[in-house]
Write a protein that binds this ligand. Structure first.
Ligand code: ADP
Length: 495
């Protein structure tokens, strides 16, 4: 009998479902976009019911598409947009407010107030995160403060909080299981990395009753049974992880010191740092990678806001080309940027610069500058930003990284991957399977139900293209210091 794994990949703009066979090869995928809600500048919401319904719809559809019999699905793996916050009523199962999405900035002021009370250090030392609106904790507080009657219901134990994984599992189990995995818990500002438990002191500061929180489970192994919603079959939910952590696992970065970078809208760098939650001295995040059989693997993380989005802006804002792929030939049509440097700080700068008031700049323009030079500078800027995070990780770890595994839509651009290798003096490995997020969730679930074996999964990771540095370290250093000079000019621009 053939056996399969169903991966549910609940992302920021779409819900996807993919079926993998027993060799961990994808055999069918279905995707559905859902509505983005922008009630005010800086606010981003999703309708939790639409999220659930779209996820269920694609799960059912992919089973039909694949011709797999539901009884042959051995397990479900879930991966999800992280930090996005849902609060629902335990009695009715209905959300009391829209999901507040990770991108939502409405609690920035509240974060500043907490910082003003000198509370940032407590959060950072316990959670490995920075005190920022990005994470779930202050979003939960916002819902309890602003939705009428919410606080009272919460104090009576009638409300449940969950990140998207919890919300999906609650629905998949008909309200029987209110759980999350350790990687998702570590994104809430409420979870203590050292004790691996919800932290009462942080909950008191954020005024969140502990009764709202899900039970924290392993990332692999059966944690719940999905009820008969998917073709009347009970299927074990056996893998759960936040999207970046799932990608790290899907890239098989399972040894300490291995790292991956996902080049999508933004760029997300993550490095496996092993069994100790060492905190960054340089403003990177420490987070749970995964917890398997009670053993936690931690990760160091740094994000770049404008990755592929920089190319989107050239395409849609400046009308430089019609599709992003054209950027590669255009950049290659000139031999250098001719001294032009772009700093795509269009929404401020993330790790390691952390300047919300930085703004984009293109510097070094002369009369000879063309669209091709600017496009090349844009692609290079994505790599320079990733390199800044890599350099910071090296500083934190005390060792230079020698290899980087890459994935995400923008890795199709070989010019960019080559430049990354050269500028970072690092080998860049682009694997055959670039869908690493769903793959990671499938791996966790397949391992959890005993369908996959770790050594086989490691063999499953195959290089498609390898990029090696084409310039020497001295030249790379000179380029990087020129870039950092440009970064200084972009900083602290908007007041
Ligand atoms: P996300 O999952 O964040 O939506 P994807 O992994 O689908 O992102 O990647 C899409 C992003 O990659 C877009 O921002 C797009 O501009 C960029 N991109 C896609 N193809 C290329 C390419 N060939 N060169 C450069 N950027 C690209």
């Amino acid at each position: 009998m053939s056996r399969y794994i169903l991966a549910l990949d609940q992302g920021t703009t779409s819900s996807r479902a993919i079926i993998y066979n027993k060799n961990a090869q994808p055999i069918a995928a279905v995707q559905k976009e859902f509505k983005q809600i922008f009630p005010k500048p800086g606010w981003v919401e999703h309708d939790p019911v639409e999220i659930w319904e779209s996820q269920l719809e694609v799960a059912r559809a992919v089973i039909i598409k694949s011709n797999v019999r539901p009884e042959n699905i051995s397990g479900i793996g879930i991966t999800n947009q992280r930090e996005t916050t849902v609060v629902w009523n335990r009695n009715t199962g209905k959300p009391i407010y829209n999901a507040i999405v990770w991108q939502d900035r409405r609690t920035s002021e509240y974060c500043n107030q907490l910082k003003g009370k000198k509370l940032e250090k407590i959060f950072t030392s316990k959670t490995g995160l920075v005190l920022d609106a990005y994470f779930s904790g202050t979003k939960i507080n916002w819902i309890l403060t602003h939705v009428e009657g919410a606080r009272k219901l919460a104090e009576n134990g009638e409300l449940a909080f969950g990140t998207i994984d919890s919300w999906l599992i609650w629905n998949l189990t008909n309200g029987k299981s209110h759980i999350t995995d350790a990687s998702n818990a570590s994104r809430t500002l409420c979870f203590n990395l050292h004790t691996m438990e919800w932290d009462q002191e942080l909950l008191d500061i954020l005024e969140i009753p502990v009764s709202m929180l899900p039970e924290v489970k392993d990332s692999s192994g059966t944690v719940a049974l999905a009820t008969d919603l998917i073709y009347k079959r009970q299927i074990p939910i056996a893998g759960v992880a936040g999207d970046q952590q799932a990608a790290l696992f899907g890239q098989m970065c399972t040894e300490t010191g291995m790292a991956k970078c996902t080049y999508g809208t933004g760029c997300f760098l993550m490095m496996n740092i092993g069994s100790k939650p060492v905190l960054s001295k340089n403003k990177l995040l420490t987070t749970v990678g995964w917890r398997i059989k009670g053993e936690t693997t931690y990760a160091l993380e740094g994000s770049v806001f404008m990755g592929g989005a920089t190319i989107q802006w050239l395409r849609d804002g400046l009308k430089f080309f019609e599709n992003a792929a054209e950027s590669e030939a255009l950049a290659a049509s000139v031999t250098s940027t001719d001294g032009v440097i772009m700093v795509p700080a269009l929404t401020g700068l993330g790790a390691p610069h952390w300047d919300a008031n930085a703004r984009g700049t293109i510097i070094g323009i002369t009369r000879g500058t063309t669209r091709a030079h600017i496009t090349r500078a844009a692609l290079e800027s994505i790599c320079y930003q990733v390199n800044d995070v890599l350099t910071t990780m090296a500083k934190d770890r005390g060792t230079q990284l020698i290899q980087l595994r890459v994935d995400g839509g923008a890795t199709a651009n070989s010019f960019m991957m080559q430049f990354q290798s050269s500028i970072s003096s690092i080998e860049v490995h682009r694997p055959t399977n670039l869908e690493t997020t769903a793959l990671g969730a499938a791996y966790l679930a397949g391992l959890g139900v005993g369908l996959f074996k770790m050594n086989k999964l490691q063999e499953n990771w195959k290089i498609d293209t390898s990029f090696k540095p084409k310039i020497n370290k001295g030249e790379a250093d000179a380029n990087n210091s020129q870039w950092l000079k440009a970064v200084e000019r972009s900083k602290n621009w908007a007041s």
